[in-house]
Design a protein around this ligand. Structure first.
Ligand code: SAM
Length: 244
């Protein structure tokens, strides 16, 4: 890596020294797990407002993937505070998975505001090991702003393909690495080593589309977009769905 990038990474690291020291001592992880749900609830209000049209567009054809009984069994992986419930169709049966149990309280709030969905259960699990979810039991799986934090993305996508019924779909909306020749990418590189602590494992420079394109889906409909807010290292996104 170029020396000037390492230097700037160090500068950011020094500014965030308390975080790095706590992380080194193994004390940061429990702290961020507790405060992230609170912070995310605030951030979600802003994000959903800005991304509303994209989310409405993304989820507009969920109904096409209803199972033979005319119902839609939806698995939300990395559900967080339940930011997507409002975009799901009436009667949709939602099962939530997240490794952080501290989201449960916030999830309940979102559910209270979205009584059009039929909540099934909240499973505390990582997306790359969802053993509580049966094979081929799900019509649709959803990840939004999750794959950036997942260490084993291939493992998660293998699990998605296991739990989806044949013909089921995986919906995604993920912030990703910017074009390598852009200023945004330069800044992403500088912030990344510190950002991963603040974002509980979130990486700014992940080329998530490559994992989606290489997984064994029969069809991948993926678009690169820029989120409609002013400059930010999490502006470049991929959006779309992939069919099993
Ligand atoms: C930035 S939040 C996004 C939450 C929500 N999907 C949204 O759009 O607001 C990232 C979420 O991914 C979850 N997460 C992190 N690692 C995960 C993993 N290995 N498997 C499943 N979820 C994970 C976090 O606990 C958190 O809820």
């Amino acid at each position: 890596m170029a020396l000037h990038i390492v230097f700037l990474q160090l500068c950011v690291g020094i500014l965030a020294l308390p975080i790095h020291i706590l992380a080194f001592l193994g004390l940061w992880h429990p702290v961020i797990k507790k405060i992230l749900p609170y912070l995310l609830e605030k951030a979600t209000r802003f994000y959903n407002k800005r991304m509303r049209e994209h989310k409405i567009g993304l989820f507009s054809n969920l109904g096409d993937f209803k199972g033979s009984a005319g119902e839609l069994a939806l698995l939300e992986i990395g559900c967080g505070t339940g930011a997507n419930f409002q975009f799901y169709p009436r009667g949709c049966k939602v099962t939530c998975v997240d490794p952080n149990p501290n989201f449960k309280k916030y999830l309940s709030k979102s559910l209270a505001e979205s009584d059009h969905v039929e909540f099934q259960s909240f499973l505390v699990a990582s997306g790359d090991n969802m053993s509580q979810v049966d094979d081929a039991s799900v019509d649709v799986a959803v990840c939004t702003l999750v794959l950036c934090s997942v260490h084993n993305v291939e493992g998660l996508l293998t699990e998605v393909l296991r739990v989806l019924r044949p013909g089921g779909a995986f919906y995604f909306l993920e912030h990703v690495a910017a074009n390598a020749s852009s200023w945004t990418y330069f800044v992403q590189k500088i912030l990344d080593p510190t950002w991963k602590y603040i974002g509980d494992g979130c990486r700014l420079t992940k080329e998530t589309w490559k994992y989606l394109e290489n997984a064994k889906f029969s069809e991948v409909k993926l678009r690169h977009i820029q989120a409609p807010y002013k400059w930010s290292p999490v502006r470049p996104h991929v959006i779309g769905f992939a069919v099993k």
